[in-house]
Design a protein around this ligand. Structure first.
Ligand code: B12
Ligand code: SF4
Ligand code: SF4
Length: 458
């Protein structure tokens, strides 16, 4: 589906901004030949350490059409997690991104909402527009095109918060049509009520109630709109035409919109798409830097079959002759400009490594992740630091018993927990599971937590 109208993109950007994303850019689908070549070299040199999953997902990283065969573009998004605190060098250090709640959950919810807007405001299917014909003819045409779902969510009023709107999102979860339909059934997703009912007045709950009372479980078809008749008559007509429509968008050439979203949870080259979508450039520490916000942000993306027509362009690398991150890295993990060897990276060792940490590797006081290369970067100096709009990313301990909206936050030690390593080591496995249930820190698992604490002496 090619979108010529650029206001659609503006709608998406505006919604992303409203949800708190600091940047949203659009990149045209391409096979990532050059970048995946560098990834190939990195893998061949063993720089991924034990992260075998990167190798396994190589083809998907190289070509997102292995994820979504209909892919025509990638929407890249950035979400700021900066909070105004610094690390306390006298205590065990936890990287900034893990001070608050787990970003996967928080950002997935936001992406879902964004996807809802993309779905609901999309221009109608080009297939059926202007084709005319009566219902039976159109229905026949739909069948011949194997199109059984509403040709466009556009007819549903944009911005309405349907109870059942998750129908649209099943697609995002992946799976083929049959799997999606099965999932929809298991979730008791019956799809939003007919757009016909909208316009009859009433709030969403009333409309949904009405739909239920009419025994309407899925939109009969927006095609029937315009033919007149009251709801019951139209529904009867839909039934007689055997229009049932599936609970979610099916994959069709030129038809329904397909979206697959990721929050650091899939085989996608997040940083490459962010560069291509103009979110920022890759710093020599290999993280993406935005000229206004520095690098304290997460990256997400939505792979879609929408062709937006006009795309963003990469921005220039502003690192210049600076090499501060390379010289500050405590372990020499930034082997050369833009290339990090995970084997030597404290972040890898304290989060991803499930085995022993090499004895000669200095953890520099870090027990979860590492921020050194970003802390020293001039693009993360106060001028570039904007406080996150998401309360969930504020350090856990601050919010306990304090006003979350306070403009002068309680000073804290700069770690999620401001205890010494001896105190932290006393957490039992059950307590660890409870304290970090909603935190990225659980990724290191209890064994990793104990191992990391055992390696520092603070
Ligand atoms: C694997 C991984 C790691 C590994 C490897 C890190 C790395 N640099 O690759 C480890 C566990 C060490 C790690 C650590 C961290 N990670 Co991490 N990680 C990932 C993950 C899952 C995949 C990245 C990947 O594919 N790496 C493989 C390398 C080869 O890929 P690449 O860096 O894109 O490779 C490019 C460069 O090497 C460059 N290149 C190579 N050779 C050459 C030569 C020249 C001349 C040039 C110009 C370029 C060049 O081109 C390559 C292709 O573009 C991504 C999420 C995702 N799905 O993408 C998050 C991700 C990169 N991580 C993220 C974060 C936040 C971190 C940490 C800051 C966490 C922390 N505080 O501890 C650290 C930062 C460490 C660092 N300096 O990179 C964020 C970065 C956000 C941002 N602003 O960019 C991401 C994007 C997750 C997310 N969705 O938000 N991570
Ligand atoms: S995260 Fe730490 S160890 Fe890894 S490259 Fe950056 S400074 Fe070096
Ligand atoms: S510290 Fe310097 S070289 Fe490293 S990413 Fe920042 S600007 Fe680039």
């Amino acid at each position: 589906m090619k979108i010529i109208d650029q206001t659609y993109k503006q709608t998406i950007k505006a919604k992303a901004k409203e949800l708190g994303f600091i940047a949203c850019g659009f990149a045209k689908y391409e096979v990532l030949e050059g970048e995946s070549g560098k990834l190939r070299k990195w893998l061949d040199e063993g720089k991924q350490a034990d992260m075998a999953w990167i190798e396994r997902g190589f083809e998907k990283r190289r070509d997102v059409r292995h994820i979504l065969p209909e892919a025509r573009s990638v929407i890249s998004l950035a979400f700021n997690y900066y909070t105004p605190f610094e690390h306390d060098e006298s205590k065990p250090k936890i990287s900034r991104y893990a001070w608050g709640k787990d970003y996967h959950k928080i950002l997935k919810k936001k992406l879902k909402e964004l996807c809802e807007v993309i779905m609901l405001t999309s221009p109608p299917s080009p297939l059926l527009i202007g084709e005319g014909g009566n219902d039976s003819e159109i229905n026949e045409k739909l069948k011949s095109l194997n199109e059984t779902s509403p040709p466009s969510p556009m007819l549903i009023q944009p911005g309405r918060d349907f109870e059942n709107v998750q129908a649209h999102f099943l697609e995002i979860e992946g799976g083929n049509d049959t799997e999606i339909v099965e999932k929809a059934k298991s979730l008791n997703v019956t799809s939003p009520p007919s757009p016909l009912l909208i316009g009859e007045g009433g709030n969403d709950s009333e409309i949904i109630e009405k739909a239920k009372s009419l025994n309407e479980t899925s939109p009969p078809s927006p095609l029937l709109i315009g033919e007149g008749g009251n709801d019951s008559e139209i529904i009867e007509k839909a039934k007689s035409l055997n229009v049932t429509s599936p609970p979610t968008h099916t994959k069709k050439e030129n038809g329904g919109i397909l979206l697959k979203s990721y929050v650091d949870d899939g085989p996608v080259m997040d940083k490459v798409w962010a560069q291509r979508a103009g979110i920022g450039w890759m710093g020599k520490h290999s993280n993406i830097i935005n000229p206004e916000y520095g690098s304290w942000f997460f990256l997400c993306e939505i792979v879609t079959n929408i062709d937006f027509g006009i795309y963003d362009t990469p921005i220039e690398d502003m690192c210049g002759s600076c090499t501060l991150c390379i010289s500050a890295c405590p372990t020499g993990a930034i082997e050369s400009e833009y290339v990090v060897d995970a084997n030597k990276c404290i972040s890898y060792q304290t989060i991803e490594n499930r085995g022993e940490i090499p004895q000669d590797l200095n953890l520099d006081g870090w027990i979860f992740g590492c921020d050194v290369c970003q802390d020293v970067c001039p693009f993360n100096s106060p001028k570039y630091n904007h406080v996150t709009s998401e309360e969930g990313f504020w350090p856990k301990s601050i919010f306990e018993g304090t006003d979350q909206s306070a403009s002068t936050p309680t000073p804290m030690a700069g770690t999620a927990l401001s205890e010494t390593s001896q105190e932290l080591a006393q957490l039992t496995e059950e307590e660890f599971a409870e304290v970090f249930a909603d935190s990225p820190i659980k990724r290191t698992k209890y064994a990793g937590w104990k191992r990391n604490l055992g390696r520092i002496d603070k």
